[in-house]
Ligand binder design. Structure first.
Ligand code: SAM
Length: 232
């Protein structure tokens, strides 16, 4: 049967891979990945040897035809990203979409995702939330921040080390009274979480020397519990 497995991999701690992910990676004919060096490290750790096909944001549309032809002839394929869940702020959605159109079975092998991991320890409402991924770097950034300053759901953002200082300054400017949870290096050795108003986080976090990857979770505009928490 033609099948494409969409497999989540760890975001830092190798032990966060699922048993099903390991078993599936062992059984497929080939693996589609972002960066072959990153996926090779993962496969080496679990002693898996497989053919890797790199497909990133630039090459995805060019490679889709070849990949789907191979799956259509009966080969089993796995899609992974460098870390976490494929297609979530990562390449893969065009391949998945094209596979669905070709009536190829797409099977999820769920696991870690940085946004959900950060949300789960934020203490903020999770009954309704909005995932915005990375904010636009230039055009549209201010408009988006203005919109988010009125957001009534919890907001989850991704941010790189290069812009975390800028983002915290912007949150202080656009939404100074919102409770924010900043998670760095989740599941890794130097995992850290800062919580409070943007100004408090700016004073706690030494943005000049800090490294790593960040998820920022922001309280809804009308969330009042934040005041109780901060004053404790
Ligand atoms: N597909 C991934 C997922 O499922 O979470 C996200 C990939 S996106 C290109 C990378 C961004 O995810 C990073 O810039 C950071 O914002 C967030 N991220 C990934 N791993 C992380 C970690 N261990 N700790 C904190 N944030 C992380």
């Amino acid at each position: 049967m033609s099948v494409l497995y969409v497999i989540s991999t760890p975001i830092g701690n190798m032990q966060d891979i699922t048993l099903r992910a390991i078993e599936t990676l062992k059984t497929v004919d080939f693996i589609i990945c972002e960066d072959t060096r990153e996926t090779s490290k993962l496969l080496h750790h679990f002693e898996i040897k497989k053919e890797l096909i790199s497909s990133n944001a630039q090459s995805e549309s060019r490679k889709i035809g070849i990949i789907l032809d191979r799956i259509s002839t009966g080969q089993k394929a796995a899609l992974v990203s460098d870390a976490g869940t494929p297609c979530i702020s990562d390449p893969g959605i065009r391949l998945v979409n094209a596979a669905i159109q070709k009536q190829i079975k797409v099977v999820p092998i769920p696991g870690v995702n940085a946004a959900i991991t950060a949300l789960s320890i934020s203490g903020l409402p999770t009954d309704s939330f909005v995932f915005e991924g990375f904010l636009p770097q230039k055009k549209g950034r201010q408009k988006k921040l203005t919109e988010l300053s009125q957001e009534t759901r919890t907001i989850v953002l991704y941010e790189s080390v290069y812009r975390i200082e800028k983002l915290l300054d912007e949150l202080n400017q656009y939404m100074p009274n919102r409770f924010v949870s900043v998670c760095r290096e989740l599941t890794k050795m130097f995992e850290e979480v800062w919580q409070g108003y943007p100004s408090e986080i700016i004073s706690k976090l030494n943005v000049k020397t800090i490294k790593g990857e960040f998820v920022v979770v922001i309280s809804p505009v009308d969330w009042k519990d934040s005041h109780d928490r901060i004053d404790k």
